[in-house]
Design a protein. Structure first.
Length: 242
């Protein structure tokens, strides 16, 4: 009997938020977002776009970690045998696992906007200055897309390595590594401009769509998302489950 894909989605969503680590991470993410936006609003003033971007300081690190845990929890809690016994086609399970953290990234982006709106109004009232309601739909769409890309990069690394600590270290260290590569000269700078997802997605994150280089963004997304995800699915499909 074929398990409907929507049922797999429901199960994987429950798995993501039922674990203690994921619940703690989600709570920290929400509290950090509210605190950061409120605090910066009182400090820099009522600028909606800048307040929304404040949430990105935490999102850039915590959302990918959530994506990593989505995949690796199956193996660290030794529930993979049960999961793949109920659905032997492992690629369907992996596809279902990629959806909840992606949706969580989109919801988190919306949450940041909903927090920033009253924070902007409050900051304007406290500082007695006019508020700047400058977060355009294009800017928000680009910023949300960037959060989704980074989250998918976490999912891809988790799928490839199947080890949460290793995947988290690789992801968090990647920024420093690419900065070091960029300092090696012209060749290093070129590699970083094409393969560092943080650099290629930067114009997208700020809503500067005209400055987005599609070829470079595609190359870095292929390196950090497509290739490790495909290799990870192949590894999961062949991995012996005990």
């Amino acid at each position: 009997m074929t398990v409907p894909f929507h049922r797999l989605l429901i199960v994987e969503t429950r798995k993501l938020f039922d674990t203690r680590s994921a619940m703690i991470l989600t709570a920290v993410l929400l509290l950090l977002t509210v605190a950061a936006i409120a605090g910066r609003g009182l400090y820099i003033g009522p600028d909606l776009q800048r307040l929304v971007w404040t949430a990105g300081l935490g999102y850039a690190n915590l959302l990918p970690v959530l994506g990593i845990l989505t995949v690796t929890n199956e193996w660290s809690h030794r529930t993979a045998l049960t999961t793949f016994a109920l659905e032997p086609r492992r690629w369907r399970v992996m596809a279902a696992k990629a959806v909840p953290p992606t949706l969580a990234a989109a919801v988190a982006s919306l949450f940041a906007l909903l927090v920033a709106l009253p924070a902007t109004a409050l900051a304007g009232a406290v500082r007695h200055v006019p508020a700047h309601w400058n977060a355009t739909p294009a800017t928000m769409a680009g910023w949300t897309a960037t959060n989704v890309l980074f989250t998918l990069a976490g999912v891809a690394l988790g799928t490839l390595l199947l080890n949460a600590p290793a995947a988290i270290v690789v992801y968090l260290a990647s920024t420093g590594v690419w900065n070091a590569v960029a300092m090696l000269g012209g060749t290093g700078e070129t590699l970083a401009e094409w393969l560092d997802l943080n650099r290629t997605a930067a114009p997208l994150a700020t809503g500067d769509w005209a400055d987005v280089a599609p070829a470079r963004l595609a190359a870095s997304a292929a390196l950090w998302i497509v290739i490790p995800l495909l290799l990870g699915v192949v590894r999961v499909s062949r991995k012996e489950v005990r």
